[in-house]
Design a protein around this ligand. Sequence first.
Ligand code: PBG
Length: 326
Amino acid sequence: MPFPMQRPRRLRITRNIRRMVRENSLSVNDLVYPVFVCHGAGQAVPIGAMPGIYRYSIDMLLRELEEIVSLGIPAILPFGLPAKKDPTGSEAYAENGIIQQALRAIKKEYPELTVVTDLCLCEYTDHGHCGLIRENYVVNDPTLELLARTAVSHAAAGADMVAPSDMMDGRVGAIRSALDKNGYINTGIMAYSAKYCSAFYGPFREAADSAPKFGDRRSYQMDPANAKEAIYEVQYDLEEGADIVMVKPALAYMDVIRQIKDQFGCPVATYNVSGEYSMVKAAAQKGWVDEKRIVMEVLTGIKRAGADIVITYHAREAARWLRDET
Ligand code: PBG
């Protein structure tokens, strides 16, 4: 019987003792900030369901990034809004596509900021699906070619890492060999390996105008009921050359993050997605929760679950709070 010899509360008495025995902590080093970039100049269009998040034109994004860089946030994940959409998502891999232009501008101004680019086609296709469509079905193998082409064009424009988020089979291998063939052996792959078919992406689809025009994404994104499937998705991606694997969303999938961290030695990222952000913001705006404490608890919990990297729309505010604490 440990009590009364053992009294765990002894280690909770003072702030300094609590600091000494703290098992996990959030650092600015862990954060990746997603951003939305559109054509034009002087644009900063607020996204209704994501207070504090905007679609920026490149000039405005560059201004915005000044604070991100000075806070010490190591990386951003830009999403592009094309000038026009078509069945093959051709602006995704166009020499002068929105992401390619943004990459060149960002790398010129902030060469050290890590830029990870999402490779998905759904913002660029007129049907809003993440690949080519034949008879209402997203066809796998022909889509791989477009993803590989997009990856090479991002690498050429300066991407440090590419992040395939489409959930096609074999995309990591296809992208790795295309990058290598074109000489981009040091361009990394952060694979959205366990990407679930989630209602938490709702606000993002408004932000990126990427909702599917028919059907849903169940034939490529994972069933939220599955965890073992995430293990072999990760295993295949690592075998195909992924450098970092990702679980997405974060909060309803903490067990998946933990299992992947325990099973594989690789860096694990997780995406604290738009709907997770919107819920916190909405409750905070109503005065129902303490925003700062909720955000820090969420992000620390994600670290505790085993994530090394947290992609989050809260990154800027969290980085400010972390800075003010020290
Ligand atoms: C592209 C993509 C999506 C997100 C990131 N990349 C949307 C989707 O799969 O529908 C969601 C990010 C978020 O909700 O914050 N496929």
